[in-house]
Structure formats: C-alpha cells, structure tokens
Design a protein around this ligand. Structure first.
Ligand SMILES: CC(C)(COP(=O)(O)OP(=O)(O)OC[C@H]1O[C@@H](n2cnc3c(N)ncnc32)[C@H](O)[C@@H]1OP(=O)(O)O)[C@@H](O)C(=O)NCCC(=O)NCCS
Length: 179
C-alpha cells in the first residue's frame, strides 16, 4: 500500500524518527531533549505525527510529518511543523494544521498564533491559505541564520472550507476535511 497516510498522536518510541525529520528540515533544529520535553513534560503541548502506512496497524509505518502545538486556555499556538521533503505538496502539512485547529476548537480556543521565518514562503503560504493573517514582525527573532519572524494570527479560530486535497484519516475516526 503506497502513500496512504494516517495522523496519530506521537509516542516516545517515535522520537528518533521525529528527531531525524526535525534535523533534516530546520537549520536550527530542536534537540532530542526539547522534543522529549514537549512530548512528555508539557501539559499544554500536543504532538501529532503523519505516518505513511506500511501495514494494517495504525502504528506501523514511517513518520513523514509532525506537528507540535500548544493549547493554552483560549489560545492555540502552532510551535513546530515539518513534512519530509519527498512527501511535500500532498496536503500533509495542511492536514496536520487542520487537526490542530480541530483540537483547539474542541477545547474552546478562540485564537491561533504562530511565528514563521520571513523567508519561509512555503509555510507562510500554507498558513495564509488556511486563514492566518500577518499581524507583526519580530526583528532578528531567529538564529542560524539570523532572521525576522513574521507573527501570524487567526481570530476567531475557524476551519477553512472548500475542496482540494484527498482526505487524510485521523486515528480514532474522522478525516481531515479537504479545502
Ligand atoms: C511548510 C511545510 C510543512 C508544508 O508541508 P506540505 O505537506 O508540503 O504542505 P501541503 O502539501 O499541505 O501544502 C498546502 C498548501 O500550502 C502551500 N504551499 C506548500 N508548500 C509550498 C511551497 N513550497 N510554495 C508555495 N506554496 C506552498 C500551497 O498553497 C499548498 O497547496 P497546493 O499544494 O494545493 O498548492 C513543508 O514545506 C516543510 O516541512 N518545510 C520545512 C519545515 C518548515 O518550514 N516548517 C514550518 C515552520 S513555521
């Protein structure tokens, strides 16, 4: 079965694969300790992975994307999102963000925020397409290389409609609505 994806909560066993993805995708990657802290030691953090399915078990497969986000009372904060280079432009990033919006709405979050490197057109286009708008910049926020952050917001928090991609199922039921 090729290119069947499933979104599931991340587990500690997936950390090595998530770390590999993180290191491949970012010039200043989170460390294993940082990832571990988000996965196991932060009451506000949620951690989802997109798996390329290799069998019938929900947990069998390769991690091809991940998304770490916080739900802090009324605010959803998108913290880190990455999709394996060879798996991009198939709707996985969008599906991971959509699931975070679903979970935020379920916990009555009313606003979503994120920061993105000013040069990161792929990510900022994705977020814009999902309804985020730029509200300010944070000069020299990032290191390696030093770069401004663009702060984006969605308020009120809503799910974008309109069809585009195939649905990507979420473990436990449902699927990511296309846009
Ligand atoms: C940003 C990222 C997560 C997007 O993941 P993805 O799975 O390729 O995104 P999707 O396929 O869901 O794309 C959804 C939409 O986003 C926009 N988009 C995604 N990649 C794009 C690119 N390279 N250029 C322009 N628009 C892009 C498009 O509108 C796309 O819809 P389309 O394919 O129908 O045109 C991925 O490029 C990535 O991992 N980049 C490196 C890590 C990173 O920058 N993370 C974000 C940190 S804030």
């Amino acid at each position: 079965m090729a290119n069947e994806f499933l979104i599931v909560p991340a587990t500690a066993e997936m950390l090595p694969e998530i770390l590999r993805l993180e290191e491949a995708c970012f010039s200043a990657p989170w460390t294993r300790k940082m990832l571990e802290a988000e996965l196991t030691g932060n009451q506000f953090a949620h951690f989802l992975v997109a798996m390329e399915q290799e069998g019938t078990e929900a947990s069998s497969g390769t991690v091809v994307g991940y998304h770490c986000f916080w739900i802090v009372f009324e605010e959803l904060r998108l913290m880190n999102l990455a999709v394996s280079e060879s798996m991009r432009r198939r709707g996985i990033g969008r599906a991971l963000v959509t699931e975070a919006l679903h979970m935020g709405l379920a916990q009555v979050a009313t606003r979503a925020v994120l920061e993105v490197r000013a040069s990161n057109k792929a990510a900022s286009t994705l977020y814009q397409r999902m309804g985020f708008v730029q509200i300010s910049t944070r000069p020299k926020y990032y290191t390696n290389p030093v770069e401004d952050a663009v702060l984006m917001e969605m308020e009120p928090l809503v799910l974008n409609s309109g069809a585009r991609h195939d649905r990507i199922p979420v473990a436990g039921g449902g699927s990511i609505p296309a846009y």
